[in-house]
Design a protein around this ligand. Structure first.
Ligand code: SF4
Length: 450
């Protein structure tokens, strides 16, 4: 018997849970917008949901385990609420497809990363047929799958804007090219239009997203580079701040580095994943760059923009990593002195080249190396934060701080979190803050009266 589309009068609740990266957050916003056309309104309480959309991440083994455990936990809810529809999207959905339906018999729908635009039609088909459905296209997309006009207005001071999807790099440990497909850039005019609309709705800062934004424009047929796009956003919109992530060192051009000095609204922060400090490991990771090449780019960046803050990613315990290789990574940390670092223990990802490497590192050794590296970096980060004490920084007021009662929070152009006392009416303003205290993950200061 087909189910009626509406099980009850009035709006239906959509509960969205997003795992993983900011690109997934952006896709979740797309799903919200598309399902709003069918009368679904977002709810924060999962008990109020008529549809649950789970946007999954499989970039690391631990993230994927969390997805499986959350999906498992929904079984009881489905028993008590049979009309509830549960949808899995994102990378795990793309990777497992129908196997995910086999594994979780309370799951109604699986939608791949390149089928997000069809979520509404698919949900209707599932509701009308009472069946279950998987849609996981593996064909290369034409790059038009993100329609800026269908992105919901993002409430708040900062907003996400996906400028490209997919990746062509095939780093040997990474699942992204398999689940997100090849690189596809969005048209520059469409991105600019989206940013202008965000600006008009009160957004002050945009975070441009892509797996490798540095190669933006390749294959687009518009003769535009990422540096050109940044210049156009700076010149043709009045958005106060631009950030972007993520960058690949091999594609970081001199032209792009110069944008940090030339585009006023571009924040002085670059996240540049290095992954390892040993050329032998970098070659096995298929990173396409060497330690010397990376260090030269860091030197050049600091020459062009001395105040730039640098953050990075490191994987420890990559197959075949020796104590000597690990020491080289520690040495790189010592030389660069990143402002912050995201570090992870290697885990095998399905279909990747590295998963086939036989010389896996002993898990205990990998865990010990990770601890050592994180503790070393924590000292560097704290030292960098302490050096901020006494300085005055321009901070974009984002909203009430979660950590400090009655305080507001914002970030400096270098992406440091600052907490301070300021009226609620200041949200969205850029204010001067004199830094008084430094902690491991944030700063605290006093507003400079204007
Ligand atoms: S550049 Fe490498 S690590 Fe980054 S998404 Fe592409 S394949 Fe993965």
């Amino acid at each position: 018997m087909p189910e009626p589309l509406l099980h009850s009068a009035g709006p239906r609740g959509l509960y969205v849970r997003t795992f993983g990266c900011q690109m997934n957050e952006y896709d979740s916003l797309r799903v919200q917008r598309l399902l709003a056309n069918l009368g679904y309104v977002p709810v924060n309480d999962i008990g109020q949901a008529d549809v649950i959309f789970l946007n999954t991440c499989s970039v690391r083994g631990k993230a994927e385990q969390k997805v499986h455990s959350f999906l498992g936990s929904l079984r009881r809810l489905k028993v008590t609420k049979p009309h509830l529809k549960i949808i899995a999207g994102g990378c795990v959905a793309q990777q497992l497809g129908e196997k995910l339906l086999d594994r979780f018999d309370h799951l109604d729908m699986v939608i791949g990363t390149r089928a997000v635009n069809s979520v509404g039609q698919m949900l209707q088909r599932v509701q009308e047929s009472g069946g279950r459905l998987a849609c996981v296209p593996d064909e290369e997309s034409d790059g038009t799958e993100i329609d800026g006009r269908k992105i919901p207005p993002q409430a708040g001071v900062t907003a996400l804007v996906t400028i490209m999807q997919g990746c062509n790099n095939f780093c040997s440990y990474c699942i992204v090219p398999y689940v997100r497909g090849p690189e596809r850039s969005r048209r520059a005019d469409e991105i600019l239009e989206e940013i202008r609309r965000l600006d008009e709705s009160g957004v002050r800062e945009v975070l441009l997203l892509g797996q490798n934004v540095n190669s933006y424009g390749r294959g687009l047929g518009e003769n535009i580079t990422f540096a050109d796009l940044l210049r156009r956003i700076g010149a043709e919109t009045s958005i106060a701040r631009i950030r972007f992530t993520t960058s690949h060192p091999k594609d970081l051009s001199d032209e792009l580095m110069r944008c940090f000095a030339e585009v006023d609204s571009l924040c002085k922060h670059l996240h540049l994943p290095v992954q390892a400090g040993s050329d032998r490991v970098l070659a096995r990771m298929n990173r396409g760059c060497t330690v010397a090449g990376y260090m030269e780019k860091i030197r050049r960046l600091r020459q062009i923009c001395p105040e730039i803050a640098l953050t990075s990613d490191v994987i420890v315990g990559f197959p075949g990593e020796t104590e000597e290789d690990f020491k080289k990574t520690m040495q790189l940390l010592d030389e660069v002195r990143f402002d912050n670092l995201f570090s992870f223990r290697y885990s095998d990802r399905p279909n990747t080249m590295a998963a086939t490497f036989a010389d896996k590192v002993d898990p205990e050794a990998a865990a010990r190396r990770l601890l050592e590296l994180q503790s070393y970096q924590a000292d560097i980060t704290l030292g960098k934060n302490l050096a901020e004490v006494g300085s005055t920084r321009l901070v974009l007021v984002e909203g009430p701080s979660r950590a400090s009662n009655g305080q507001m929070t914002g970030r400096t152009t270098q992406n440091r979190v600052v907490n301070f006392q300021v009226p609620l009416s200041s949200i969205g303003r850029i204010v001067g803050v004199k830094i008084a205290f430094a902690y491991s993950h944030s700063l605290k200061g006093d507003i400079i009266p204007t």
